[in-house]
Design a protein around this ligand. Structure first.
Ligand code: ZN
Length: 410
């Protein structure tokens, strides 16, 4: 690991929500794009962004958990890349929130010092200041800093910097049920609220409703076993970004995280359950497609609420995650063994993909695709009491063996 970094894994949904608020109250206009980013370069401890037409509104953010500085330029179209130097290892550009989003990957902790527009708004300059890891993390909590260009008459240009505080604190923790110091299993009902997940084209059955019913059935069966404590990330129809989901589990110090989903394809024929664990590289094309689909849960109405959703393509895995990944894979195989006698499973049961919801570095996590909601017969099964009970029974048996093995290993 690079010098000077400490482990931080603060979720950024608060700031994403702020972006949404900004969008709603109209101070972050999308609209026609007037300027294009011509170049981005780092020289003499400064980032210099050049545009082909004047720009009047930009913002910067320290993204502590991805070790980046993000620059958002309202109403500009992104160019490609940029010339990195100094503390900046790589520069990427993409379209985001109706403007250009420039991401600077940092080699060492740094924060933005003096910043503002030059050259009549055709240039944005941001001073980069080396920082301690603590200062870097604190800057990450401060939210977006915005820079405006105001022209008075023909001559003067003034810079105004306004710090935008981060939005709402993380959601309240759900209730934990079960006794004492037993291991805690967090069940995550996939999708919810404005994100329905997959929908059966004929019956209109929605993934978010099916996953919630299945999650509750698993909770009840697990609690009846008396071996574990259980919490649900949501027990009603609400929207949670992907980071919030495992964030809740981490804040509760959970021992196992199980995200419940239903698969879908264009045709009606595909059937069977499968389980996914985290990997940088998808185990096959289908796993890659599934990851793209599930990770899209953070993008609602074109706005990326989860932060850097487009960068999820390559999920970088920390060394500390290796042991967690092994435990996740062991649980996935166990679940396959216990599920096969009870529910229809796919020939290749365990697959790997870069799924954002499995990204907790220190918490064994699986995503359980319980079956195909696009298949009429299987959709009926998934939405029946019989189906739910069989799925819950598979999970409960696997959970019991998983924790019995871990106790024995101690
Ligand atoms: Zn899903």
């Amino acid at each position: 690991m690079e010098w000077g970094w400490t482990q931080t894994a603060r979720s950024r949904q608060g700031r994403a929500m702020l972006a949404l608020l900004a969008l709603l109250i109209g101070c972050w206009p999308g609209g026609a794009l007037a300027a294009a980013v011509q170049s981005v370069r780092v020289a003499d401890g400064r980032v210099i962004v050049r545009f082909d037409a004047p720009v009047a509104d930009a913002a910067s953010l320290v993204a502590a958990d991805t070790r980046q500085i993000l620059i958002q330029v309202t109403g500009a179209t992104p160019g490609s890349g940029g010339r990195a130097a100094g503390v900046v290892g790589r520069i990427r550009q993409r379209r985001s929130s109706g403007g250009a989003r420039i991401a600077l990957d940092l080699l060492r902790p740094a924060v933005v010092g003096d910043a503002g527009f030059e050259a009549g708004g055709r240039e944005l300059r941001l001073e980069l200041q080396p920082a301690s890891a603590a200062t870097f993390t604190a800057a990450g909590e401060a939210g977006w800093s915005r820079y405006f260009r105001f022209s008075f008459g023909r001559r003067s240009t003034y810079r105004v910097v306004q710090n935008v505080p981060p939005a709402s604190p993380p959601p309240p923790l759900p209730r934990v049920r079960g006794d004492g110091d037993r291991p805690l299993v967090v069940i995550d009902a996939g999708h919810g609220g404005v994100d329905p997940g997959a929908i059966n084209p004929v019956t209109g059955l929605r993934e978010k409703d099916v996953t919630l019913r299945i999650a509750k059935a698993i909770r009840d069966t697990l609690l009846a076993s008396g071996r574990v404590r259980v919490a649900l990330t949501r027990d009603d129809d609400r929207y949670l970004v992907l980071r919030e989901r495992f964030g809740i589990a981490r804040r509760l110090h959970a021992d196992l995280f199980i995200s419940i989903h239903c698969d879908s394809t264009a045709g009606e024929d595909a059937s069977g359950a499968s389980v996914y664990t985290l990997s940088e590289v998808a185990s096959d094309k289908e796993a890659a497609r599934l990851a793209a689909r599930e990770n899209r849960a953070d993008v609602i109405g074109g706005l990326d609420l989860g932060g850097e959703g487009a960068d999820v393509r390559s999920i970088l895995i920390d060394l500390t995650q290796r042991d967690t990944m092994n435990q996740s894979a062991a649980f996935a195989q166990l679940l396959g063994r216990e599920a096969r006698p009870l529910i229809a499973t796919r020939p290749v049961f365990h697959r790997m993909a870069s799924l954002m919801v499995l990204k907790a570095p220190d918490l064994p996590s699986i995503l359980f695709e319980t079956g195909y909601i696009s298949n009429p017969a299987e959709a009926g099964f998934l939405n029946s009491a019989e189906g739910r009970n069989r799925i819950a029974e598979s999970v409960t048996r696997a959970v019991e063996v998983h924790f019995a093995r871990r106790m024995a290993a101690r």
